[in-house]
Structure formats: C-alpha cells, structure tokens
Design a binder for this molecule. Structure first.
Ligand code: GLY
Length: 374
C-alpha cells in the first residue's frame, strides 16, 4: 500500500489529522492496532474545557485555536458523515475552582439563586460557583463520525493492524510495517496515544515517550432507564465540575461521570469501590443522581508524556512526525493539533510556534519510573 502520509493510530488525533490532510488532497493511510476510536477516545468525557484557567500555560494558545475551530470542525464532519456528534453548548457550572480568576470573558460568577434558576436539581454546595461558556461532545460518536468522514473523503483506514516497525532508507523514513503489510509513505506520523512509545525508531528511541494514565468512569441513566430521543429531560443540562468529580450530560439521557487519574500501566479494569466513590461525589452535588442507575462503567488510558504536555511535530528522523501525549485534553485539542501538524507536514506557515512541544525536549530523559511494558 502506498500513500503520501501513513498515520499510526486511529484515535481522535490520528483521525482528525487524516481528515485535515485529505482536505489538502494528500493520500492518507491510517494504521490502527484495533478498531478506530476504541481506546482513549472511546473512554473520554468529551469536555471542551477551553475556559479552564488551570490549563498548563503552553496549552492555552492550542486551546484557544481549538475553541475557534471546533464549530466548523463539527459542522463539516457532521455534514460529511451524516452523524450528529452531540455538540452541547449549555456551558459548565464549576464549584470551588480555587480563587476565581475569571480572566476569560466567557466566564462569570453565579449566585446560589442564579444557579437554582439554571439547574434546579443542583445543590449550591459552596459559595464559589462559576459559569464557564464551554461545550462538550460525545467522543465516541465524534471518532466514529471522523472515521466515516475521513474514509468518505478518501482516507484508507487499516484496522486490526498493529504497527510493528518503521521502515527507513538512507536515513529517512519510508513507511511503516505491520505483520501483514508494508505501508510505504515518505511521511509517517505517530498518533499512537499511550502506545506511541512502542514504535521506536532506529535513530531516536524516545521521540514519543508516552505512558498510560488510567481514568475510571461511569455512565448513569435515570431510574426509568430510558435513553434515546424520547428520554425525559435530563436531570442536569450543564456540565458540572467540582474538585472531586465531573458530570457530563449527553443528549440521549446518559450522564457521564469521571474520573480517576491513576498510574496503573496498561490496566483497564474498574473497581466497584472507586466507581461508588465517583457516584457518591456526583450525588453530593446533584442528589437526584443517587437514584440513577449505573448504565456502564469503564476505564481508559490517557496518553501522558513526561511533562504531561503533548508531543508534536518533526523528530530527528527525516519524514517522521509525532502527534501524541495529549493526556487529559485530546478531544478538545484535536482540531488545533490536526491543523498545526498538517501545516508542519506541508511546510505551511504556522500561527503558533510548536517548538515548545518538540520531542527534542526529552533528548536526555531517562524513562518513566512507573512505566511497565504490556
Ligand atoms: N479530560 C477529562 C479527564 O482527563 O478525565
């Protein structure tokens, strides 16, 4: 199989990049070890948390670019795939977010009275209540829609094909090998998420040093158990965040609750006590949720890097690029990442300097103390 660009990993980052590169009419193949969008993207909450002033400073320009790109990104993907990705723009209610900074125009304080008017079922558990004008998507539907849209525009997605090694010739990358095939391409981009580090290169063993950071989550449905278009009005409409928990309503009636942050290797098991704790924390702020039924529990593996910032751009191996390590913000940062990495690959001018995210910052890095092989 021959392409202009081979992307390793069909999560939200790999698929968004494939989509962006197809807009530039490059021949794209995406090589995925399992099914598209079934790892971290499937587990994610889908909060587009661009107002969060606790976002690491280097991420702010990327978050701002994503906030600008998201409406059109969603509109085009929905139009091409025919799938609605449940973009919800009610906003986020945030409790006890330290001293309110409110430097964003899109954020304001709420009184307890205003809160009750917005969300009668939420307890004003503290005086420090803020409203952030953020959005959310259903990441599972988003990645399925992206895969469909990218394929519709001509991207080839080869799934069930773990990438085993990079092919190189005369000091530059020439493709990627799986057990069954060689995908020849002068450009390879590693979007392998928590698995990115497993594709080492002969010249540079650490261009994408990611590790899995486990997050356990659950989804509730009201006792009536109805989901789908006829579900009764959800218990909450806004995303709700406290220091202990976040609550993300979906339009089909599910209410997603997360999440733990655990260094547990490639372990995706959930445990009942942790799920109960998350459920209780959610019910502390929305008491009605105590009576809601647990519809699903799961855990996913966020791709953390040594400094938990993304790893983006060229590597020391000509033709080999990286777009991974998005840690807790992959869904939010997907459009900005796709836009900036596609421009880097195509040699177009960039609105933001990506050198802060270069893998070269790990040149002298000695390995994760907690990382273990699968
Ligand atoms: N972005 C949500 C999480 O990492 O839990």
């Amino acid at each position: 199989v021959k392409a202009d660009v081979a992307i390793v990993g069909a999560g939200v980052i790999g698929l968004s990049l494939a989509w962006e590169l197809r807009r530039r009419e490059l021949a794209v193949v995406v090589v995925e070890k399992g099914e598209p969008g079934r790892e971290a993207s499937h587990a994610a909450g889908g909060m587009l948390a661009w107002c969060d002033d606790q976002l690491p400073a280097p991420l702010v320009p990327l978050a701002e670019l994503s906030a600008k790109l998201y409406p059109e990104f969603v509109r085009e993907i929905e139009a091409t795939s025919g799938v609605s990705v449940d973009l919800r723009t009610h906003g986020t209610i945030v409790f006890d977010h330290g001293e309110p900074q409110l430097r964003q125009v899109a954020c304001r304080r709420l009184t307890a009275k205003e809160l009750v008017e917005l969300e009668p079922d939420i307890q004003p558990v503290s005086q420090n209540i803020q409203y952030w004008q953020e959005a959310s998507v259903d990441p599972r539907i988003l990645t399925q829609a992206l895969a469909k849209a990218a394929k519709h525009r001509g991207a080839h997605v080869a799934h069930g094909e773990p990438a085993l090694a990079l092919e190189t010739q005369a000091g530059r990358v020439t493709g990627v090998k799986t057990e069954r095939a060689l995908f020849s391409a002068p450009i390879v981009v590693n979007c392998g998420g928590a698995w990115a580090a497993q594709l080492s290169t002969p010249l540079d063993p650490t261009p994408s040093p990611t590790r899995p950071v486990k997050g356990q989550m659950l989804a509730l449905v009201s006792r009536e158990g109805r989901t789908g278009a006829d579900a009764r009005a959800s218990i909450v409409r806004h995303v709700v965040r406290t220091p202990e928990v976040y609550i993300i309503p979906r339009s089909d009636g599910r209410i997603v609750i997360g999440a733990t942050v655990e260094e547990a290797g490639f372990d995706k098991r959930t445990d009942a006590a942790t799920i109960q704790r998350l459920h209780r924390s959610a019910a502390d702020v929305v008491p009605e949720l105590a009576h809601a039924r647990i519809h699903e529990t799961w855990a996913g593996l966020r791709p953390g890097s040594p400094d938990n910032l993304p790893i983006l751009g060229a590597t020391s191996l000509p033709g080999y690029f990286v777009a991974t390590g998005h840690y807790r913000d992959g869904i939010m940062l997907a459009p900005a990442t796709a836009c900036l990495v596609a421009k880097t690959i195509c040699g177009e001018p960039l609105e933001y300097d990506l050198s802060r995210f270069s893998c070269s910052r790990f040149a002298t890095w000695g390995g994760f103390p907690v990382c273990r092989a699968i």
